[in-house]
Design a protein around this ligand. Structure first.
Ligand SMILES: [Zn+2]
Length: 69
């Protein structure tokens, strides 16, 4: 089996499909986004379901892993 960039926390127990989804979500969560209000890149997830901009303080409720715009 080829060594791929593995994500810790999920073993082989869940099978391939959820793991792929998990990886996708992790990437989505960590990807840079810009603030819908001021366009700053300091926009990110503050806590589960809450996304906030560190520059202008703009807050938006989203899902646990992504925002809906
Ligand atoms: Zn902002």
């Amino acid at each position: 089996m080829a060594k791929k960039k593995s994500l810790k926390g999920l073993g082989a127990r869940y099978g391939v499909k959820p793991r792929k989804q998990y990886t996708k979500i992790q990437l989505q969560m960590k990807s840079k986004r810009s603030c819908p209000d001021c366009g700053s890149k300091k926009f990110g997830r503050e806590s589960v379901g809450i996304w906030a901009c560190k520059k202008c303080g703009f807050k938006i409720a989203g899902t646990a892993y992504d925002i809906k715009l």
